[in-house]
Design a protein around this ligand. Sequence first.
Ligand code: GLU
Length: 543
Amino acid sequence: MLADLLFPEIKESIEDITKKYPKRPNWQTITRMWPSPTWFVHIWNVYSAMLDDIFGHKDNWINFLRIEDTDQKREVEWAKNKIVDIMKKFWLIFDEGPIWANYTDLWDYGPYIQSQREYIYKVFAKHLLSEWKAYPCFMTEEELAEIREHQTIWRQVSGVYGSFSKWRNATEEEIKNELETKKEFVVRFKSPWKIGDRVVVNDMIKWDVETNDNFLDIVILKKTGIPTYHFAHLVDDYLMWTTHVFRSDEWFASLPLHLQLFKAFNYTPPRYIHYAPLIKLDNWNKRKLSKRKDLEADVEYYFKLWYPIIAIIDYLANIINAWYEDWRKENTKKSFKDYDFKIEKMSQAWALVDMEKLDFVSKEYIANLWIEELFNEFTNWANKYDNELMKLININIDYTKQALNIERELEKPPKRFCKMSDIPSQLTFFFDEIYKNLDINFQELIPNIKKEHISKFLANYKEYYNLNQSKEEWFSQLKEIAVNSSFAINNKEFIEWTHIWKIWDAAMILRVVLCWQRNTPDLYETMQTMWKQRVDTRINKFI
Ligand code: GLU
């Protein structure tokens, strides 16, 4: 038989293989994430894993991880482990997959790494060959190029189909002869459809869509015996009993082909959900988030800046269902998994990545953290990225917490941080150890007031300020001292000395003298935190 001639090493039948993958209970929804491992984990991977997790885990159903590592060129060995680790960080849980110790398979529907399944794909390809629903194709690159050229010249649809396929209707004899001289072949699906055929396909976001049916004899097994995505999808999702395939909209065009493949085996296809890819606005044009152009495509980028993981999740959840945001406002401490996501409410075209939105969501999240949570999150960052600061924090734990807590207990606290990497610039000045080593150019920071006038004001202020005062008392005293010190403003060249009183200037002087920068947290609370000795030392240093 022809199939035996092509794959003599394959002895088992598809029934033999199917027996090893026992039917799962009817009532279970089975989803899977099926990433291709590369050196780079795309934020889109997290987004799609969230979808699988959210919908797969409704009512405790199953979501498994399968790795598409057949595109050997792109594959990076450690990349699959990295995917597992990163998904864990996002609390995206898989019930099955290469997730066990040392990234070995957990559970019985594996192997979950595609490169370990080559034998199985061959069994299925051999079956199609035996039914003449597929055929070996020996065409060379040159022959394929010739076809392409002909099709371009004659404005025909390009690809291998119908009479363009030299091997589609070859006899067993012809194939045997070819095999004797040439061993290399690909296996092509023999599409029973022709150009112009239409089909109605169903998708859970788009509903019924009428579209062109597939008429191409696409490759299902490459020369190397490795399956293409299309064929691996059929085999694996059939054997592993996937019921719902969530995948990017780019695959929608292949749906007619996939349905044909399922039909060729008489299998029921899964339900499909094609979601819009993540896009961004670039000069008001929409385009796909690109690995090459966009820093924010890489998950590590968010890690380095240290957006809290939950903030990233919230932000992606907002993209999945726009109503999530309102729910989140009411349920600040709940898990995103408690929200009732709806597939039908996903946008068909719109999945916009917008860093300003992320900043907004993240600020909101950080503002809602308890101080202990904020402290932990921040020290996780500092432990990794700022040893010097971390050492200081370790010997000043309460002081650090107090500094981090500034303005957070106000009735309407301003939202100050988008991510943990924003914090050091608002924290380091609390530590004398860092202060000592800094060479600060005060004049640059307060260019419009003369040094001697600053000193005069500070000397006065130091005499009278009192940290036991309430904020109101403290503020009116600051005003008073500022007036009495009558410091000068020479921001216009000809006005050397005026007595224009500005409380704003007085406060700015204090900010710069105490924190060596103009942008600081609430001054009263900052002084309360630093307390008298520090405040005095810093004022004295300036004077
Ligand atoms: N590896 C494919 C991709 O990343 C998987 C698509 C699917 O889930 O079917 O696009």
